[in-house]
Design a protein around this ligand. Sequence first.
Ligand SMILES: Nc1ncnc2c1ncn2[C@@H]1O[C@H](COP(=O)(O)OP(=O)(O)O)[C@@H](O)[C@H]1O
Ligand SMILES: [Mg+2]
Length: 274
Amino acid sequence: MSATPLLELRGIDKSFGPVQVLRDVAFAAHPGEVTALVGDNGAGKSTLVKCISGIYPADSGEFLFDGRPVTINSPRDASALGIEVVYQDLALCDNLDIVQNMFLGREKRSGIVLDEPTMEQMAAETLAGLSVRTVKSLRQHVSSLSGGQRQTVAIAKAVLWNSRLVILDEPTAALGVAQTAQVLELVRRLADNGLAVVLISHNMNDVFAVSDRIAALYLGQMVAQVKTTDITHSQVVELITAGRSGNLGLVAEPALSTTGSGAESADTNPGAVR
Ligand SMILES: Nc1ncnc2c1ncn2[C@@H]1O[C@H](COP(=O)(O)OP(=O)(O)O)[C@@H](O)[C@H]1O
Ligand SMILES: [Mg+2]
């Protein structure tokens, strides 16, 4: 879509002690597009997201935002740039209502009291802006919401802060068919509203339904970043499980043995160990 990515990473390395989890990773996310980040368990997806969101500093590499070099050393740096992450475990508080959850830790105040009318209005506008109609009352406790509604609230919370890049970690993993469709529609709408969206997913149907590009991580290396229209389901599965598919991905035989397990394997690969 647009020529300059909103976020571009080059040469990212990240180790935990002796374990190299990310190796020379390049990655780009474009405004108005959904980029699917795929890879087997242990490939390094969550670690890459944590580097982008400032939770783990990368050991080396460059970050460009809007084409300009930036440093992201803390979650605060990431939010200042407009980077928000919706984590797998959602981090919503069951005993709080929707508005309270959306403003948790960033409450609006009027003097020393909470500015409830403003927060409620901003929450309502954000949900309306995302065409969310499934939530009955903004004052209902999150515990009373369905999985899909909870995901919706978590996403709305992420876009409330003039965010420009939203990263979603497996947003449909725990959802049924109808709720998955709703959440994917919402993911598409975020991109259509001009945001850069990164979707981590194991589900090939979701990836092909909603993404514009696919980035595949294999044992800590980025083995392909291609337009979704230029690749097939089975090629993506090969990239995930073997690190290459035809002329895509790793050119040489990987130096380290692989688990050879499928994408659904519960085993975790130890990354590029040693
Ligand atoms: N804090 C950590 N300390 C040590 N190793 C870690 C840490 N976080 C992740 N790893 C390792 O890094 C590798 C990649 O993990 P992760 O990024 O969670 O993969 P994914 O999200 O693709 O499943 C795994 O081998 C995992 O055990
Ligand atoms: Mg993960």
